[in-house]
Design a protein around this ligand. Sequence first.
Ligand code: MRU
Length: 354
Amino acid sequence: MKTFKTLQWSGGIDGCLELTDQRKLPGEFITKKCKTVEQLYDAIKTLAVRGAPAIGVAAGFGVCLAAQETEKLKLPDAIKRIKERADYLSKSRPTAVNLSWALERMNKAAENFLLIDPDGTVAKLQKYLLSEAQKIYNEDVEMCRMIGINGESFIPDGGAILTHCNAGALATAGDGTALAVVFEAQRKGKKIKVYVDETRPLLQGARLTTWELKQAGIDVILICDNMAGALMKDSKVKAVFIGADRIAANGDVANKIGSYSLSVLAKEHKIPFYVAAPSSTFDLKIQYGAQIPIEQRKPDEVLKFMDVQIAPQGTNVYNPAFDVTPAENITAIITEKGVIKCPTKEKIKKLINS
Ligand code: MRU
């Protein structure tokens, strides 16, 4: 049972977005208020809110913040301004498609408002957009619930699984994606042990996933990323479960850097490799993984460990935030609509458009 809100809108059309500041966890539990589009842009960029579905939900509310700037404008100008601000927000992080998915949906809602109420007021538009953003939030909660239900049977009772980064409640409005599956298995009474990759450089596994799993009373063992191979060789894990930031039409999956290596290790050791993601993470306009934009982050994230310098200043750094796991390394993709085993373009199209 989720004991905190990853994010929520507080108040009416003149309200603000409240986020659990994930940069501070697990040391401090702090709620951050985003009252402007700039503040939200910064919160997304610096990972105060993170995880593909959570970024999408936050962006939906970001458009409501943009709408607050349009009070003195005529309706068509207000909509133009909102779209410009949505475009600005879409540049905060490039890889998770949920961000542009939510922004496009909000833009369409604004256009739709103009069609159904051309003489409407900006206040009415703001109300309409807030209800659309709230819908995105509620749908995300429901998608997580269904992913849990659809994936639970893949969790081995009494066995251990391995996860990477954080695909839990902190990454969504609901219970998470990969971790929703774990939580559902726990609800069903299964005994589960979860190995968690620390997930360098920003330690989402060590800081966030262990925090969530411990709160839920799940047996959790933290490992350094380079220990996964040895763990598999020693037959200590029965399956790998990860989330996704963008899934191409052919089933290639972009997720946190290190996911690809895990998929190769899993294949070598004949361990099933599952990806759990909502349909909002599929980007059917992108044909295969190499076309997915991969975010490159600051060298300091690698040069430092929790703000302590660990390599000589000026050392060259390679710091992609994500990598791509080819579809052929994936045993199944678990979505809220159902499970796609051995994903192919045809199977994905059929399920996502269903
Ligand atoms: O850089 P982050 O922390 O936003 O990366 C998050 C991930 O890679 C998650 O695994 C992914 O977004 C899925 S979250 C349900």
